[in-house]
Structures are given as structure tokens and as C-alpha cells.
Design a protein around this ligand. Structure first.
Ligand code: ARG
Length: 591
């Protein structure tokens, strides 16, 4: 289905042509003076020079050709030469009827859907998820869903940090504490226990302890490096221990991501490409891409047009160890071989931008990807506290994501029950509803900002039921559901279609807001901008609430008119629900 704006432009282009002017001048935009008109066309101004005519004369000629138009109810030529446009109610009503009937409200199908890998989340195993991980998960999940809604095939990969020194540190600390475990006995040939020798809370304590010790005690660090080496070279007991670390950690991560309504298709990690590194290094050497520099192996990635220094991409350190970017490059190689995506998108802290510039250039230069494979970095800013500094606990420590979520769930619950008694049996549902609203508050609070910008995590504002917030959007959806339920309770059938032409201004405004869905959804994908979805639904929710306050819906006596309203409400609800689904949250039945 065509975008509304394109249909309107088409009509205006015909008018320009009919009046003897270049049709290209007929492009229409949304009005920047909504008090005067709904849409506008500035083509007469642009054409003045070519036609040696005053713009107002051109505009008047064109307006004359619009008489009897099926699209416009009014076309006004105003000084110095603008065309102010208003839509015909019937035209708008017909457009919405088509949206009601079409799949995905008429969003055009992709002629050639892309295969896309999206790399987001990126937690490190054995370390608790903290607020720093929130943005990657929330933004990545939304971009994934927006891309899918637009018809692409998208594979989300968590890309765990599960390799390297952090693993050696944990193993070393365990060995110090429980040297009797069979994993440390070189002569042990039996089967290792199925049960991990630690719980997740122990694991989360072990890592920071080990990390602190290694900074003070060089001999300890030496041991950790040795353990890392042994692990990476497949020493049996260490591999078995590593399997336990991953299993315990991943099941905890899954639980946490589930609470965030974030799902990954692939739970791959840095460790998965470990065995592929030697071959890749060989290839880079053989093809002459990599060269030695002060003992290390590097690939130069600077380009002539660079305005700032882009350092070479280091593939191996002088001791032969691989690095963070070696695993990223090997992962690209593996993805190309196994998945062959058209595009890979990374949703990572914007402080890693330079790093990804190096990795992408290196991948292109060494032909790990095809010339037309897209490599996109979506960098996000920092989540700050009200003091403008990175968000911390009240004690000034790093806030665990789990604690943050529990905290906000509880605040939300207290807020929702504050003005009425909740009977015992209804508490469970109330808690579930509070959790849904809390998630909407957090996600909307994050996503409504442009991803690249830092933002202030302001719990009071985010959890408010008024203003540009998640709870306000949910509240609006619940309000519509309640009207639809009441209508059905009157014994009337909710129509699938049947939107009519608007009766008044508020209804027209709501309808125009709905008509912008397709272009918003396409732009949100092209610009990878969930904040566009937020801005759209905020505007839509406002238009709906305005209409709701101006209109008697359930008391309307004219049945046909009432059915038209109900159809309009149903479309509004469906579009709002679709939008929050791509943002990664859902609305309860009541609240
Ligand atoms: N684990 C990394 C970190 O904590 C983030 C991973 C980002 N993704 C990637 N492919 N490098 O910084």
C-alpha cells in the first residue's frame, strides 16, 4: 500500500501538470503550520524562476486545477506562493479502511528481504548483569523487532564474553579454595561431576575477588594466565570447569533477559571462534594483509581521507595471544561462512566506536566480508543518574540490573495499590501488572531517547502515568480495551472494518495520526531508530485521548456512527500494540 503522503503528492503533481508546470514541483509535506492547514506544497516558490512568474500566480493556477479533487477539501494559494492543503474526510476514511484490511496495515512487503545478524547484549559470563548492559539489550531487541516487522530475516546473537583471562582468574581462585576437586587432578581419568562446584552467587563473588587479587599479586596473575592458556589449549579438567561456569552463568543470564523480554536466537560467544583463529591468522599473513610490527601482528587500516589517527588493527600480541578484536574478526568470518548475512549490526556502547571502525575496515580489507556486506555500528550513550553521572546505587556502587528491575517493580506496585485495597487473591495479578508497567517504564524511558545520546534515568518521570512515558501509552491502550469490552458487553459485535469519514476535528486528527504508520515504521527501520516509534505512539496516544474526551462513544445513539467509532478505536489499539511490541513490551488487560 502506498504511503498517504505519496498519494497526496501524486494528486498535487497532476495538478501542476494540468496547469502546465513541471510535475516534480508537486511534492507535498506535512504542514509546519498545523493551525492553518494539514499539508503544504511549496512547489510554486521553487518554480518561480523557471517560469518567470510570481509564485502566487503559479500557486493560483494549480489551486484552480484542484477543484473537484477527490483528495483535497481545500487548496488555498496564499502569499507569497504557498499551497495550503486540507484533506477530504472521505479520502482519509477510505485510506484507513484499506489499512484495516491489509496485512500489517499496508506496510509494503520487502521485494528482497535481507538476512541480518544483530549482535547485541554482549554480557560477560560470571559477572552479574549491571545497568551498563541494559541499553544494548533494550535497543538491540527493538531494532531486531523493527527489522523483522519490516520483513527482513533477522538473527539475534548475544556474543557472550566467555573467553580469555577472566576465565583463567575464576579457575585459579577455585583452585586456591578447593584444590581437592577432581578438575585439578592431572591423573583423574573418570567422569567429572554433573553438578557445578559453585552457585551463581558464589561465581559472582569469585570473579571480583580473583580480579582484585591478580592486581596485587603478580604470582597469582601468573597462575591465572597459565590457567587461561591451559583452558584455551583444551586441558580436560579446565574445560569441564569452564562448561560449568558457562552453564551456571547462562541459565542466570537467560532468567534475567527473560524478565526484560529480550530473546536471542543464538547464544554464541567469543569461545566459539577460538579454534578458527589460527587459520584466519594464516590467511591474513599469506595474503599479505597482516605484517609484523614491534613483535605483534597487525593490519593497517588507516585511510587517506582520515582526519584523525586510526591505529592499526592488532591481530596477535607479541606473545602470540589473541585479542578482543581477533575474536570479533573470527566471528565475522564464521558468520559469513555459516549464515552469509547481507548485513551485520552491532549494538554496543558508543565508546567502542573507534574499535569497531578498525574491525570493520580490517574485515573489508582482508575480504572476510563481501564488498556489499553491510557492517553497521549502532553506538549508544550512557545511562546517567539524576546527577548527570553514570547511574550508580545509592552507595555509589555499580547497580545490578536485577536489583534495578526489582526496585522499580516494587515502586510501581506500591504506586498502583496506593489508593485502593487489594484483596489477597488479586495480589498476584496486581504484581504481574505492575511488572509489565515497570518494564514499559524502563524500556520506553530508554528508547524514547535517540540511542546515541546519553540520557538521565529518572525513575519518577519514567513511571509517571502522564506525559511522554511507557505507562501513559499502556494506560491509553487499556482505556481502549475497556471501551471495546463495554461495547461487546452490550451484545454488539466489534466490526473488523468500517471506519467512516471523520465527523469532527479531533477525529480527523486521530485518523491522520494513524495514517502515518507506514512511513514511520519504514523510517524507524532505515534509521534504526526506535525513538521514532516512541514519538509516533506518543502523538497517537495524545490524539486518541483528545478524541476520547471530545466524543461520546458508548452513549452514541446512531448505531452506524458508533460502529465507525469502534472500528477506529480497534485500529488505534492494534497499531499501538504493534508499536509497543516492536519496542519490546506489552500491555495488560487492565491496570
Ligand atoms: N562483551 C563486550 C563488553 O563487555 C561487549 C561485546 C560487544 N559485541 C562485540 N561483538 N564485540 O564490552
Amino acid at each position: 500500500m502506498k504511503k498517504l503522503l505519496d498519494l497526496i503528492s501524486e494528486e498535487m503533481m497532476q495538478a501542476f501538470e494540468a496547469a502546465g508546470y513541471d510535475r516534480e514541483l508537486g511534492k507535498v509535506t506535512i504542514s509546519n503550520r498545523p493551525d492553518l492547514c494539514e499539508y503544504q506544497c511549496n512547489g510554486a516558490m521553487a518554480g518561480a524562476k523557471t517560469y518567470h512568474k510570481a509564485p502566487i500566480m503559479i500557486a493560483s493556477d494549480v489551486a484552480g486545477k484542484c477543484e473537484g479533487s477527490a483528495v483535497f477539501s481545500s487548496v488555498e494559494a496564499v502569499n507569497p506562493g504557498f499551497l495550503n492543503l486540507k484533506l477530504k474526510g472521505e479520502f482519509l476514511g477510505n485510506y484507513l479502511q484499506e489499512m484495516e484490511r491489509e496485512e500489517k496495515f499496508g506496510l509494503p512487503k520487502q521485494e528482497k528481504p535481507l538476512k541480518i545478524v544483530i549482535d547485541y547484549g554482549g554480557p560477560n559470563v560470571a559477572k552479574p548483569l549491571h545497568v551498563g548492559h541494559l541499553r544494548s539489550a533494550v535497543i538491540g531487541e527493538s531494532i531486531k523487532r523493527i527489522a523483522r516487522y519490516n520483513g527482513h530475516e533477522v538473527i539475534g546473537d548475544i556474543h557472550l564474553g566467555d573467553w580469555g583471562l577472566q576465565m583463567g582468574l575464576i579457575i585459579t581462585e577455585l583452585r586456591e579454595r578447593k584444590p581437592e576437586l577432581p578438575y585439578f587432578d592431572d591423573d583423574f581419568t573418570g567422569e567429572y561431576p554433573k553438578e557445578a562446584p559453585f552457585t551463581i552467587s558464589e561465581l559472582e563473588e569469585i570473579y571480583p575477588t580473583a580480579s582484585a587479587r591478580s592486581k596485587e599479586d603478580p604470582a597469582y596473575k601468573e597462575k591465572a594466565m597459565d590457567a587461561t592458556f591451559k583452558l584455551q589449549n583444551g586441558v580436560r579438567g579446565y574445560r569441564a570447569l569452564w562448561d560449568h561456569i558457562i552453564a551456571v552463568s547462562v541459565s542466570d543470564l537467560k532468567k534475567n533477559y527473560e524478565k526484560l523480554n529480550v530473546e536471542f536466537d543464538l547464544w554464541k560467544g567469543e569461545s566459539d571462534v577460538h579454534d578458527l583463529i589460527p587459520d584466519m591468522v594464516e590467511y591474513m599473513k599469506k595474503e599479505g594483509y597482516a605484517h609484523e610490527s614491534e613483535g605483534a601482528l597487525v593490519v593497517d587500516v588507516k585511510e587517506e581521507s582520515d582526519t584523525k589517527e586510526i591505529p592499526p588493527c592488532m591481530i596477535l600480541k607479541s606473545d602470540g595471544a589473541s585479542l578482543y578484536n581477533t575474536t570479533d574478526l573470527a566471528t565475522i568470518r564464521e558468520r559469513m561462512e555459516k549464515i552469509d548475512p547481507d548485513r551485520i549490526i552491532y549494538v554496543v556502547d558508543k565508546r567502542q566506536e573507534l574499535y569497531f571502525t578498525q574491525v570493520f575496515r580490517c574485515a573489508r580489507k582482508t575480504k572476510l566480508v563481501k564488498p556489499d556486506t553491510g557492517l553497521t555500528f549502532v553506538g549508544f550513550g550512557t545511562m546517567n543518574g539524576k546527577d548527570g553521572k553514570p547511574f550508580k546505587t545509592r552507595q555509589g556502587g555499580v547497580m545490578r540490573l536485577e536489583d534495578l528491575l526489582n526496585d522499580i517493580n516494587e515502586q510501581m506496585y506500591n504506586k498502583m495499590i496506593s489508593n485502593h485495597e487489594i484483596p489477597e487473591e488479586a495480589r498476584k495479578e496486581a504484581k504481574e501488572v505492575a511488572a509489565m508497567v515497570a518494564l514499559a517504564a524502563i524500556k520506553y524511558g530508554d528508547l524514547s531517547n535517540q540511542a546515541g545520546k546519553d540520557y538521565i534515568f529518572d525513575v519518577e518521570r519514567f513511571t509517571s502515568f502522564e506525559g511522554d512515558t511507557g505507562p501513559y501509552i499502556l494506560y491509553t491502550i487499556v482505556r481502549i480495551k475497556s471501551i471495546l469490552n463495554k461495547y461487546a458487553a452490550l451484545g454488539k459485535k466489534i466490526p473488523d472494518t468500517g471506519i467512516r469519514k471523520p465527523e469532527g476535528e479531533a477525529e480527523k486528527e486521530l485518523m491522520m495520526s494513524l495514517s502515518g504508520f507506514i512511513s514511520m515504521m519504514q523510517a524507524a527501520w532505515e534509521e534504526m531508530a526506535p525513538h521514532k516509534v516512541c514519538a509516533y505512539i506518543y502523538d497517537l496516544a495524545n490524539s486518541f485521548n483528545h478524541f476520547y474526551h471530545e466524543t461520546k462513544i458508548l452513549q452514541e445513539e446512531d448505531e452506524e456512527k458508533q460502529a465507525g467509532y469502534i472500528a477506529l478505536l480497534k485500529l488505534t489499539k492494534e497499531i499501538l500494540e504493534t508499536c509497543i511490541d516492536v519496542l519490546g513490551f506489552a500491555a495488560p488487560e487492565r491496570m
